[in-house]
Design a protein around this ligand. Structure first.
Ligand code: ATP
Length: 261
């Protein structure tokens, strides 16, 4: 098991965001975390990547409590791309992606030829080789996102957590990114708003509502009109895409429903 959460409760200040949530995530899958705004997706992920300490319960990564490990131990196992892209530094893209190698190195250890090759690969896979010498701060939102993802790839962890990875990306780069993470030989856990991307790419989907896990399963099992009505308050029509053989969702507001009758 990659992650095992047992009765995890998370509060921010006085506000209880997640209460006694338990789940298990299997190795080698692309896992989607979906749910409405404010349902607790980022909070849950933060408790998993050791950013928010739960008020109760346990978060186990490969059966070890994440709070019993130091940052470097964690970084070898788990890479994280948060929702916000950082803004604080004046580094080149190349330097930033190379920072992904830090957990694998001693304090003053120089980059090896292998490190350089890993960085080059990460730049190439995310389609940003041409940006290598640019200052990070001068990039567009979507370019920054791809740099942060490249840095996470260079980290070569066994698990990758992505909070809204397609945010800021145009449609071509959304699909390229999903294709890329789909073929990574590791476990990827991604919070996604786009339910069609989740349906097309994920092996298993976890649905959160009001800090509670309300469904877990394959896209076909989970993304039903009844669940979408209950969780997102939308009417959805679902068919199977002829090419992907995955569910394809069409959403209708009340205005269009009345016109279709
Ligand atoms: N620092 C904070 N202080 C107070 N409340 C917070 C804080 N961070 C998050 N929350 C609240 O916790 C709840 C869950 O937020 P969270 O960001 O985990 O949801 P989410 O599902 O990731 O939302 P979104 O889809 O909008 O990104 C929300 O009601 C949010 O307002």
């Amino acid at each position: 098991m990659v992650f095992r959460l047992e009765d995890v409760s998370v509060a921010i200040g006085d506000k209880k965001i997640i209460e006694q949530l338990s789940l298990q995530m299997q190795e080698g899958q692309l896992i989607g975390l979906v749910g409405p705004n404010g349902s607790g997706k980022s909070t849950l992920l933060k408790s998993m990547y050791r950013f928010l300490k739960p008020a109760g319960g346990q978060v186990l990564l490969f059966e070890q409590d994440v709070w019993a490990q130091n940052e470097k131990q964690m970084a070898k196992k788990l890479a994280v791309v948060g929702q916000e892209t950082p803004i604080l530094f004046e580094f080149t893209v190349q330097d930033l992606v190379a920072m992904g190698r830090t957990p694998h190195k001693g304090l003053f250890e120089m980059d090896t030829a292998e490190d350089e090759q890993i960085v080059e690969q990460a730049l190439m896979k995310t389609g940003i080789t041409h940006l290598a010498d640019r200052q990070f701060s001068t990039l567009s939102g979507g370019e920054k996102k791809r740099v942060v993802i490249a840095r996470a790839l260079a980290q070569q962890a066994q698990v990758l957590i992505l909070d809204e990875p397609t945010n800021h990306l145009d449609i071509q780069h959304q699909l390229q990114l999903m294709d890329l993470i789909r073929q990574l030989p590791i476990t990827v856990i991604a919070a996604l708003h786009d339910l069609n991307l989740a349906a097309t790419y994920c092996d298993t989907i976890y649905v959160l509502k009001d800090g509670e896990l309300c469904a877990v399963g394959t896209p076909q099992d989970v993304l039903t009109p009844a669940l979408l009505a209950k969780v997102f308050q939308v009417t959805a029509e679902i068919s199977i895409h002829p090419a992907t053989k995955k569910p394809q969702l069409f959403f209708l507001s009340e205005q269009w429903q009345s016109k279709g009758e």
